[in-house]
Design a protein around this ligand. Structure first.
Ligand code: 5GP
Ligand code: ZN
Length: 113
């Protein structure tokens, strides 16, 4: 049994609204959406953040990014979208299992708060 929330989601222990999935990555809707489309994309294997994923398994990092772009296509975000990975406390990371946010469906402000 995993203690990590997103490992539990990857294992199917916690149900989510799956958008797309591969053998190595899973895309599911955020429980608290910040835009009309707000999908999280995670590697099935646990990595705490982007650096540990990039260093530990760069091929998997590419697969996670590729799935995020496929989500943008499948969600019809032809006007544009944003892919974000929050890291650490200053970055606003609240779940220590690397994830990409795919946000779109409305104009997104920049810079973020
Ligand atoms: P972070 O703050 O770490 O960048 O992003 C974590 C995200 O996970 C948040 O946007 C939050 O709404 C989402 N989240 C937290 N718990 C759950 C959950 O149980 N299910 C789903 N689908 N999303 C979750
Ligand atoms: Zn995990």
């Amino acid at each position: 049994m995993s203690v990590c929330l997103f490992c539990k989601i990857a294992n199917g222990e916690i149900p989510v609204d799956v958008v797309l999935e591969t053998d190595t990555a899973l895309a599911f809707r955020d429980i608290d959406p910040q835009a009309p489309t707000h999908v999280l994309v995670i590697p099935r294997e646990h990595f705490a953040n982007a650096k540990s994923l990039a260093q530990g398994n760069p091929a998997l990092a590419g697969q996670v990014l590729a799935l995020a772009t496929e989500v943008a296509t499948s969600e019809g975000l032809e006007n544009g979208y944003r892919i974000v990975t929050n890291t650490g406390s200053d970055g606003g990371q609240s779940v220590d299992h690397m994830h990409l946010h795919v946000l779109g469906g409305r104009p997104l402000t920049w810079p973020p708060g």
